[in-house]
Design a protein around this ligand. Structure first.
Ligand SMILES: Cc1cc2nc3c(=O)[nH]c(=O)nc-3n(C[C@H](O)[C@H](O)[C@H](O)COP(=O)(O)O)c2cc1C
Length: 386
């Protein structure tokens, strides 16, 4: 008799043959594995993801969109996959901007246990790292069902002590929306980020998010250039300050303006009432040749002052990168590609293992820079060349 494990809800069951679906959460057999093959480490999760994402992403130890990586095929006019747009300059700029920043190592002083806990939009988190809004994993080699992808990200984030955002794409519709389906399954413990669809469609989606008990909502304003959405009858638009104001007033939930890269536009979103500004170039997927997010973050923080919540994402791969973003002015940091790979590799379990690893390396980075708690992460821990 074999023992089987559902990577979405952690249920185990016995039987000679692999079950077609999980009896508890109804996940299909792509999410079910032999108990003895359940990954124990991130390396094993990566190995599973590498197999499932063959030809799209090789789950390299260093995910930087360089030309030698199979993801960076957009440079040759092929589908974007997990790569960056155009020549991948913005994708690489994100990684390079972080790599160019160095931490001051501090070893003197009282011994301490770093405290990574924080509050994000009133939600208590064990550490300030969230799964970013991503969508479309189902289309990668049919690796997993999209609603199960979203459910895995939300559950895995919660189990790790944080919260997940979910994205929006051309095969999500207001009627059948994998992000909202997963929010419902997870009692609303998540944050849907919608594409900049028409105001009426957005209001309809936001109402559903409110009904499911979601903790916040948002729009990835940088999704306005998507042509694939329009091709599938789901047009997206540039949003005006008035549009944002209208959405902020419409919802009782905190509103996140995602995809901001310019200090003036961050200020306008804050003035329109957004509760958080998500500084992001969409992982370098919407415009080639932008600066890296870590380059723009301190300029935007300076412009906004301390009163507005800021998230940053793009090229963050370790707890060391997280600490750099916090020191540059972010209140919380989002992870994109790594969370996709973790969910594809091992569902909820993969996401949980990944986020726990990030928390562990964040703690190490905090300890070795003398950063006792998240609020103490500031520019003093960053090395400045004269
Ligand atoms: C495959 C893929 C799909 C994405 N889909 C969305 C989306 O639907 N909505 C959104 O706000 N951002 C989306 N993003 C951008 C991420 O939220 C995030 O900004 C970016 O991935 C961060 O960079 P990183 O992947 O280097 O961590 C997507 C990114 C990737 C790689």
């Amino acid at each position: 008799m074999n023992q089987w494990y559902c990577s979405v809800c952690h249920e185990t069951f016995s039987g000679e043959n692999k079950p077609g679906t999980c009896e508890i959460c109804h996940a299909d057999d792509r999410m079910i594995m032999k108990l003895e093959e359940v990954p124990q480490s991130l390396e094993q999760v990566r190995d599973l993801a590498r197999k499932k994402l063959k030809g799209i992403c090789a789950a390299y130890p260093s995910c930087d969109g360089n030309f030698d990586k199979i993801c960076q095929r957009e440079a040759y006019g092929k589908p974007i996959g997990l790569g960056g747009i155009g020549q991948g300059q913005s994708f690489r700029a994100n990684v390079k901007a972080l790599a160019d920043i160095q931490l001051n190592m501090s070893v003197l002083g009282d011994h301490f246990e770093p405290d990574t806990s924080c509050s994000f939009l009133g939600i208590g988190l064990e550490f300030p790292v969230l799964a970013s809004s991503t969508a479309g994993a189902q289309k990668y080699n049919d690796a997993l069902d999209e609603t199960l992808f979203c459910t895995s990200v939300l559950k895995g984030s919660k189990e790790a002590g944080t919260i997940g955002l979910r994205g929006d794409t051309w095969f999500y519709t207001p009627e059948d929306n994998p992000s909202l389906n997963a929010m419902k399954v997870c009692d609303g413990y998540g944050i849907p980020i919608f594409k900049p669809r028409s105001q009426d469609v957005l209001k309809n989606l936001i109402e559903k998010a409110e009904k499911y008990g979601c903790k916040a909502v948002g729009v990835d304003l940088d999704g306005c250039g998507s042509t694939i959405m329009a091709l599938h009858g789901q047009p997206v638009f540039k949003k005006s300050v008035k549009d944002i104001e209208e959405l902020v007033k419409f919802t009782s939930l905190p509103f996140i303006a995602k995809g901001i890269m310019i200090p003036d536009e961050a200020q306008k979103c804050a003035d329109a009432g957004a509760s958080a500004i998500a500084i992001s170039n969409h992982g370098g997927r919407v415009l080639d040749s932008t600066p890296g997010v870590a380059t723009m973050l301190p300029l935007i923080r300076k412009k906004l002052g301390d009163s507005v919540t800021i998230t940053a994402d793009g090229g963050v791969r370790t707890g060391y990168d997280v600490l750099k973003m916090l020191a540059l002015g972010a209140d919380a940091v989002l992870l994109g590609r790594d969370i996709i790979r973790a969910a594809v590799g091992a569902g909820t379990l993969g996401v949980k293992l990944h986020l726990e690893h990030i928390q562990k390396t964040l703690k190490k980075a905090m300890f070795m820079t003398g950063t006792k708690n998240i609020k103490m992460a500031d520019s003093k821990i960053l090395f400045k060349h004269n």
